[in-house]
Ligand binder design. Structure first.
Ligand code: PLP
Length: 411
């Protein structure tokens, strides 16, 4: 490494892999729904780190829990029990209606855990012949970036150059329950699904879809695994997005907001029968379930209840969706959402979502385009109505200024 790179004069592109293309802003501080850059400019965070910051930035109760636990005991590995893990998992199980939980760190790791559990269940309990197990996933899914999660992906860029992939994956269209039924074979272990697709651009399936999938899975003895890493913990206005249809899956994956915006904390939660396939030594994680993460995760669940964040998401989400639907611009194709989780889809011939995101950053709103055509609005659930009003006004103003789009492709 050169002297220049060693000094603080190095630029991100000099020293960091180019696996992201960040919007042009360098953040230094955050509090609640706001973050500030090096120059002291304030931004409203309408992105919440893909829902990891549902509690808002540096929530004082969560920071206090983190510091208190950091002073007491932080990491011991799962070779030993701690006084923090059981209360955390008990709370998480109670709040989601699941029997047991397996702690990991990132969402993708908890997805891997779900896949391993499903496969072992298929062999040991359902009776699928060794190495014949199949998993069904949805077109357009996002389950993370590990090789197992990428094996489920239908996004060419996420797969290109990373093969060969885990076999035994079948893909069905999202939102089509009958296609799921047709894809099931005697070797099917599980159907893994985001109840509403996040990275695909806030895609909400037809009403009744998930309930019908649950029926089909039950009838064919296939596990239903809900990846609620992004939709869970109140983001869509219910504790789990599954709750909108009264569906109780066999397994649930949680992450992102579970860390209270401070740490990576994830869980695979399941029925006792499904979790029973794991025996000591089968699966694990050095950091998963550490007392620091458990203390923060428990506090994050408590704050969710104490501050009525789920109810806020439902109420203010309806307000945000209504406000976005009132915004007029010829390039807007569709506005959709559930809870404080909305997507605005643009006609790419008229406006590029990335250009809109860049203009919004200039105007003081942080958000992110997804799949090229959608802008996502997913603020911390602690946001106030007046802040939403400001965001809606600013969004309309930015779109008005883009009537002659910068860099848009012509039809
Ligand atoms: C973000 C996300 C993941 C992956 O979580 P990481 O913490 O980034 O590994 C998995 N599933 C869904 C639905 C997600 O949105």
């Amino acid at each position: 490494m050169s002297d220049e790179q060693m000094s603080s004069g190095a630029r991100l592109d000099d020293v960091c892999a180019r696996n992201y293309d960040p919007l042009p802003v360098t953040l230094v501080r955050g509090r609640g729904v706001y973050v500030w850059d090096k120059e002291g400019k304030r931004y409203l965070d309408m992105m919440s780190a893909y829902s990891a910051v549902s509690h808002g930035h540096t929530h004082p109760v969560l920071v206090a829990a983190l510091i208190e636990q950091a002073h007491r005991l932080a990491i011991v590995s799962r070779a030993f029990d701690t006084d923090r893990l059981t209360p955390f998992l008990a709370r998480a199980c109670a709040m989601t209606g699941m029997d047991q939980a397996l702690p990991m760190n990132t969402g993708a790791e908890a997805v891997e855990t779900a896949l391993k559990a499903a496969r072992k269940w298929a062999y040991r309990i359902k009776g699928v012949a060794e190495d014949k197990c199949e998993i069904i996933a949805c077109e357009g899914n996002f389950h993370g970036r590990t090789l197992g999660a990428v094996a489920l992906s239908t996004e060419p860029q996420y797969r290109d150059g990373f093969g060969p992939f885990m076999p035994g994956v079948r893909i069905v269209p999202f939102g089509d329950a009958e296609a799921l039924e047709r894809a099931i074979t005697p070797n099917t272990a599980a159907f893994i699904v985001e109840p509403m697709q996040g990275e695909a651009g806030i895609r909400i399936p037809p009403a009744g879809y998930l309930a019908r999938c649950a029926e089909i899975c039950r009838a064919h003895r296939v596990l239903l695994i809900a990846d609620e890493v992004q939709t869970g913990l109140g983001r869509t206005g219910r504790m789990l997005a599954c709750d909108h249809e009264g569906v109780r899956p066999d397994g649930v994956v949680l992450g992102k907001a579970l860390g209270g915006g401070l740490l990576p904390v994830s869980l695979f939660l399941a029925s006792r029968e499904l979790m029973s396939v794991f025996t000591p030594g089968d699966h694990g994680s050095t950091f998963g379930g550490n007392p620091l993460a458990a203390a923060v995760g428990l506090a994050a669940l408590e704050v969710l209840e104490n501050e009525r964040l789920i109810e806020r998401s439902a109420e203010l989400g309806a307000y945000l969706l209504d406000g976005l639907r009132r915004i007029v611009h010829p390039a807007i194709r569709e506005v959709r959402g559930k809870g404080l989780w909305c997507g605005v889809e643009f006609d790419p011939r008229l406006l590029r979502a990335r250009d809109v995101a860049e203009r919004l950053v200039e105007a003081g709103i942080l958000t992110k385009d997804t799949r090229g055509t959608v802008i996502r609005f997913a603020p911390p659930l602690v946001i106030e109505k007046a802040e939403l009003d400001w965001a809606l006004d600013t969004f309309q103003r930015v779109l008005d200024s883009m009537t002659h789009p910068r860099g848009a492709q012509t039809a």
